[in-house]
Design a binder for this molecule. Sequence first.
Ligand code: NAG
Ligand code: NAG
Ligand code: NAG
Ligand code: NAG
Length: 662
Amino acid sequence: MASYFCIILGFLSLCMYIHAEFYVIDDLIGLGRRFDGIGGLSGGGATSRLLVNYEEPYRSQILDYLFKPNFGASLQILKVEIGGDAQTTDGTEPSHMHYEGDENYFRGYEWWLMKEAKKRNPDITLIGLPWAFPYWLGKGQSTPYHVRDITASYVVSWIIGAKQYHDLDINYVGIWNEKKFDGDYIKVLRHTLDKAGLPDVGIIAADGNWDISVAMELDPHLNGAVEIIGVHYPGTNTTPEALSTQKTLWSSEDYSTFNNDVGGGCWARILNQNYVNGRMTSTISWNLVASYYQDLSFGGDGLMTAEEPWSGNYVVESPIWITAHTTQFAKPGWRYLQTIGHLSHGGSYVALTDGKGNLTVVIETMTHEHSTCIRPPLPPYSVSPQNATFSLKGSFATVTELQLWYSKFEFQHSKHTLFKKLQTVKVYAGFLTLSLDVDEVYTLTTLTTGQKGQYTDPPNSSPFPKKYLDDFNVRNPAFDEAPYFADQTGVFEYFQNLTDPGPHVFTLRQVVTQRPIAWANDADQTISVIGDHSWEDVTVSCDVLIETTNSGGVFIAARVDKGGESVREAMGIFFWVFANGTYRVTNDIGGKMVRAEGLSGTNAGKWHTLTLTVKGQWAYGILNGYPLWENAVILNPKNGWAAIGTYSFEYAQFDNFQVLAD
Ligand SMILES: *[C@@H]1O[C@H](CO)[C@@H](O)[C@H](O)[C@H]1NC(C)=O
Ligand SMILES: *[C@@H]1O[C@H](CO)[C@@H](O)[C@H](O)[C@H]1NC(C)=O
Ligand SMILES: *[C@@H]1O[C@H](CO)[C@@H](O)[C@H](O)[C@H]1NC(C)=O
Ligand SMILES: *[C@@H]1O[C@H](CO)[C@@H](O)[C@H](O)[C@H]1NC(C)=O
């Protein structure tokens, strides 16, 4: 549209035709909602598993790109999984109470991650959410709502433990990720928090769809118990019922898209439009950082990628810089203006203020093709180049210049510009015009603090070492898990036998003895995978200790093709020995596709050494140095990880793990 407009500068009035649309930015007509921050989600599950094993300085560099203010993503929220011993997408995370009466606030890596985030940004908002729960809470039922006050105490103990052992103040807690909510449980949880002296810990519910808002309208107690309605993958939209609760609305899990440039485009579009369309004042990315084996479920769906601790290589992907466009220029507590919306030729803009005269405007012009997130489906729309004239009014009428930060995805030549500071923009009599192309992000701001942080390039990418061994004797005291082992069912922890056990003082022990209240479809066997998914011919060897007499059993495996949510269907070459003196070789974790079996003389309470060699389509096994079986034919899979595991949810130990790949 051609507009004729005039600027009056003292006596001079300057009139011109310009092909542009007008957008007013004004705070005097009243403000919009409070901005609550942009966050990342570690867990749901085990998505930061490999991060902890990076050596310095790379590990700190990755954390800086994520959390350090005015450096990279400068995240304002860290949400973590409250581990429940079960598979929650890319692995299991340990519970702080494996068994009734058990309490340990040093398991896993989420405590460490929260402390690292807090160290960099003391104002960061911390959130905990369970996906799964240990068996004992359910007293045999597959729901944590069976005995509501026990579940509530269990969750509250995690919050108290965070403070007591790590000096971490948890700000919000959730219910049960993406499962049907239970209004009575939410009320019990609220009551339990209050009784524990934690009235400031808010409840986010229900981390699923918008249904809870309908229940909240009908039940004032439930409405009172829920502080924030958190919804997942809302497609930037909300519902009339959710709006009418007048509660704070968050997209408490979103993104989940591979972190290439389309992922960056998805993130740019939803960060703006979750507010523009849905009035959601926070968006949290699943996941924080892709630090899990890429061949697990949703490989690479993090704000950046750090999946090679053995090489030190990591990649700062575009979503980091897209996040910076908002987080470096608006803090939680700032308010959105009411003057926000869509651009006439596609794209959107939001404006935020600190109420002290600062203004930040974020504009995105992402095309449909270059910003489609993994879910939900994105209805068609079009975006074309356009001129946009912003007219600054109210407190901003006297602003004479704005800082300009710019990103552009160039899909034709993949030569992108990410978070680049351009020349300061002059504002003439309250007007400024930007010529917007497609697939761009702009931040206009009064703040001069923005910075594109940068470290020298990390080491080159390299595959997992072909020769790897761990005797579990040298351990990082901060962590319970051995490097690179990615538990897919069950939990494998460092163990120290204090009564003289001979050479096996320090071992790795599987500790989940009953099937948890699961979130995904855990296997009936426990399994931890390690190595390179492209490994074909390998020799895997490990000392094993079955602890369960008569019915116990353990395995070592090669070419394990699946984990994550598909762990039950994992295929590979599994070499099992049992406490009843037998062995078996199967092609599947379920143990149905038997390729060899017989007597082994193995028993519980005694260490045995298993060796499995796979070459082409042939496999053979050695027990305690003597050939036990040979020439088992394995046609599929052709490649996969090495693994260890147990026959059922049972205690068992592993020592001197070795793998040698061709
Ligand atoms: C903007 O923010 C800065 C930094 O927080 C502050 O010093 C200043 O007073 C604010 N207001 C204006 C108008 O710059
Ligand atoms: C933007 O404005 C300039 C200057 O008036 C004009 O040449 C150009 O065609 C306009 N672009 C669009 C997409 O309207
Ligand atoms: C610890 O070692 C002792 C002595 O060898 C053994 O009897 C016991 O079973 C071991 N405990 C575990 C849990 O492995
Ligand atoms: C030995 O134990 C395994 C696992 O419990 C079982 O599948 C197998 O049938 C048993 N074999 C014998 C001979 O009892």
